[in-house]
Design a protein around this ligand. Sequence first.
Ligand SMILES: [Zn+2]
Length: 320
Amino acid sequence: MVISWIALGCIAAEDAGPTSFSRAPKEPAEAVVPTASTQRDGPWGESSFPDRQTVAALMPHLPAQASSVAIKPRRLLVFTPASDRAHAAVGAYGAAALWLMGQSNRIYQTTVVSDPEMLREEALKAFDAVVLNNTFGDGFGTGAEGEKRAAALLEFVRNGKGLAGIHGAVVVPNNDQPPDDPVESQYRLMLGCAFEKPACMAEAPLLKVEDPLNPICAAFHGNGRFALPFKDEIVQLKAPYSRHLLRVLVSAEMDTVPHQGSRADHDYPLVWIKPFDQGRVFFFALGHSPATFNDPVMLRVLQDGIQYVLGDLPANDTPE
Ligand SMILES: [Zn+2]
């Protein structure tokens, strides 16, 4: 069963330009008005998204401002797991955080969907960037339809748009098989990896900020280390992962926790960016735990990464 639900941000297109860039009042009542297109079978069984309780929980943690103005009105498509799929609850919570950041800081307008039909070529034209928000590769659908959507997303990014992946999105289509066609191979190259296994399910490793001066690392204020204040699943990556393909901004120092994963090179990247033809890719591998979205530092990293893929925050994305 495919459940789709759409929440359109309240920022009018003409309202999101740089001339009107300002701190929006944090009024939950303004943020929860559902549109006519919002279906009533959303993940919480609610007619409004985000619901008031979620807004109230997230509001105190949102970045106070954006790192950059939107150089033009931006539209973000957040593809999130349907309620019967893995990571559905945390996906919905993360989608609410992304929605609220765009709304509060007037940097993008958000459409949240679970229906993979929104990944078809025609539908993607309306957007500047797509977030694969805790989705799995098979969430695209199976067979020829799934492959067509993966191909459409590839072309979307190749042609200059943006892609952000959060946590579960590290699982690529047909993840457990070697890629057997050009679309699958290219899709993995676009993300920079496939998923091998969880290195651990719930640990709080010390984070190494590998590029402290990168604008997407502004949340760390130039520090090279950050003590993760919550436990999360740390993913272990497999081919085509290579630091030659992408620029690692933050990684996990797994020798600081009991469950350390099994990579011989101890390489556990958590945040990376990369150019992909004319487009941009940002990946944020934390986000199994809802606590991720209650952490102001993590939200700032996410917001800056989204602004990078939208084309509003230039960042050095040269691979190593
Ligand atoms: Zn997970």
